[in-house]
Design a protein around this ligand. Sequence first.
Ligand SMILES: C[S@@+](CC[C@H](N)C(=O)[O-])C[C@H]1O[C@@H](n2cnc3c(N)ncnc32)[C@H](O)[C@@H]1O
Length: 282
Amino acid sequence: MPNEPRQPDTRFGPVSPDMPREKLWIPRHAPTFFPGPVGKDQHPDRWAFPAWLKNDSVRWLKTLAELYEHPAAFPASISPEAGLLLFSLVRNIRPRTVVEVGSFMGVSTIWMGAALNETGDDPKSSGDAQARPGVIHAIDRFDDLPQNEWRKTAVTDRRSLIESNLTEAGVRDRVELHQGVSWDVLPTLHEALRSAGGVHLALLDGDHSAEGLRKDLIALEPVLVTGGYVIVHDTIPERCGGHVGGRHLLDHINDFSAGLYESVELYLAPLNYGLGVFRRMG
Ligand SMILES: C[S@@+](CC[C@H](N)C(=O)[O-])C[C@H]1O[C@@H](n2cnc3c(N)ncnc32)[C@H](O)[C@@H]1O
């Protein structure tokens, strides 16, 4: 969509004569730096956990390494590269209250839970009685999932599975599990989330339809603080099995949300399913 012509900002000194008088938005696929799709023959069938992260003496890394070997982990669980990004975002944003929609077997939950553990905002480890450890409210239907074209094995008894994964990783204390459909569950948590000071960060990785993500955002907004972040996974439909919801949210969030958001899109090598980061600014 073409931009309105801009007037150069001269408040901070003269403007370079090379500055174009008009700047134009370019189509989403036009940037030169846009990693190409992975060809069918190059498409992996499992996530490769980086060798440099393999460390059996760190519980959460050991658990993640094992989980990435689970036949159902690919492609549903976030990639190790996306997990590292999530870990870093949580360490840097330092949210006190996190909502996760779509926990599956707990891979993304463990990346974020480990980051919360590492911030040391715990009365016990910090010696500060006022410190409050961060909490993740993890919402999933936890229903049985059959084997299909992409899921190499059925996954059953998921609630017990995620509980044992979180315990093994040493992040169980960071996570409150909520079973059900996200946009039904979220309103039941509003009061508790409000009393906890609101939601600082949410990961939306459950229903990937446009309507599903719209409903998730609308159910989240009443408790999402100004300045709070929303991360949405799978924003490049043509690279992630036609899931259009993340794209729709990125392109239209300010048309249907109550709040105002600024956003950025990240491509996510190596498979480029894409990730959107929104920040509520009004
Ligand atoms: C792609 S997986 C999530 C992967 C997980 N975030 C990770 O990276 O490890 C999607 C999960 O969302 C759950 N789900 C889908 N729609 C949902 C909804 N509306 N409410 C709750 N859970 C949902 C599915 O059962 C599945 O476990």
